[in-house]
Design a protein around this ligand. Structure first.
Ligand code: ADP
Ligand code: ZN
Length: 348
């Protein structure tokens, strides 16, 4: 098991990464007067019993939500908060988030508002949540008009990333999460990109040490970017590579056709093409990236979609400047720039 310390100035917490870590949850249990675990139905079916054993006789209350983004709303939050109050949770009580990004976002949000904030521990169960949601402290829920409109910045007290949990994760969800992993290599660390490419087969077959390494490296990179953002204005924006097109694509397809990670894969690929058309990326590097993406065998096409509708969505982004759309584009190995492009410059 590896321990990574996340130091974001005002708050420091550990991320444990390894295989078969559920047992270590027991150590946390004495730190609160009551525990409430938030999880979803799929995870409860798979891990309800192993978790009960891991808690070794200690009572942990449980709220099981319906899987998926539809649960990320204020009704679920109210239900959880009501339940916590009903069973007598105090400011010394804590939440345990056991699930993917959806469970993590809801549980983190509830922890940040219950009695003005209580502690919580995250056990991310998807690759996406292990590499992305466990660093940065973003919590949030959706409203009818938009995603993550209500939310807080609230750091967990600890994260336990158990790579063995990924064995039951549907392949589609795993590949989706891998998109964000590749993103870290492209925006920040070419050596990491090379590692992913060289270990592709091992990663896809869930070889535990490669997976543990990529999770650790992504968390390290994200922590470094997030921590530096206070000083270096706007560095955090580079995390948005692939997301300008990705978010627009998710939105015009009503969040039904693609998972977030799939939209990011497609977004990254098309933003690489954009970097080439704009003459920003070194040709040799462009070829290298394109070869890698094609080798991943994902469908990256956009022409089937209404370009104007995508552009309309992208035009609404708050990072835009004077009517130009903000993109993070790769220029060289491990290096990206922010560029603002007009609609005419973007059209494909
Ligand atoms: P994300 O982290 O991508 O936001 P979600 O919370 O939406 O993920 O979860 C995606 C789906 O995968 C949900 O249906 C969830 O129940 C399921 N899931 C999450 N983790 C696991 C796991 N380790 N094994 C099996 N299914 C899982
Ligand atoms: Zn993302």
């Amino acid at each position: 098991m590896e321990k990574l310390q996340i130091d974001l100035g005002e708050k420091i917490y550990p991320i444990y990464i390894g295989s078969g870590l559920l047992g270590s949850l027991r150590e946390y249990l004495d730190t609160a007067d009551q525990w409430v675990m938030i999880t979803d139905e799929n995870l409860d079916d798979l891990y309800g019993e192993p978790l009960r054993q891991a808690f070794a006789g200690k009572t942990v209350y449980k709220v099981v939500i319906i899987p998926g983004e539809e649960s990320k709303n204020i009704d679920t939050v109210t239900e959880i908060i009501d339940y916590m109050h009903e069973i007598g949770c105090t400011r010394q009580s804590k939440l345990l988030a056991f699930g993917g990004g959806v469970v993590g976002d809801i549980a983190g949000f509830c922890a940040s508002i219950y009695m003005r904030g209580i502690g919580y521990i995250q056990v991310p169960t998807t690759l996406l949540a292990q590499v992305d949601s466990s660093v940065g402290g973003k919590t949030g829920i959706n409203i009818t008009q938009g995603k993550n409109i209500m939310g807080t910045f609230y750091q967990p007290q600890g994260v336990i990333s158990d790579v063995a949990l990924l064995r039951t994760l549907p392949k589609r969800e795993f590949i989706s999460g891998l998109g964000e992993v590749v993103k870290y290599g492209i925006i920040y660390d070419y050596a990491f990109f090379q590692y992913i490419r060289a270990h592709k087969e091992k990663i896809l077959s869930l070889e535990q040490s490669s997976i543990a390494y990529i999770i650790r490296r992504c968390c390290e990179i994200k922590a470094r970017i997030v921590a530096q953002d206070e000083k270096e204005n706007g560095l955090r924006k580079i995390l948005n590579f692939g997301h300008t097109i990705g978010h627009a694509l998710e939105s015009i397809t009503n969040y039904e056709k693609y998972t977030h990670g799939e939209a990011v894969w497609i977004g990254m690929y098309n933003e690489i093409l954009l970097a080439q058309r704009a003459g920003l990326i070194k040709q040799e590097y462009f070829q290298e990236l394109q070869d890698f993406f094609i080798d991943m065998g994902i469908h990256y096409d956009l022409p089937g979609y209404d370009t104007e509708a995508l552009l309309d969505k992208m035009s609404k982004d708050k990072k835009n400047l004077q009517g130009k759309i903000s993109f993070i584009l790769p220029v060289d190995r491990g290096s990206v720039v922010e560029k603002h492009l007009t609609r005419e410059e973007i059209r494909w």
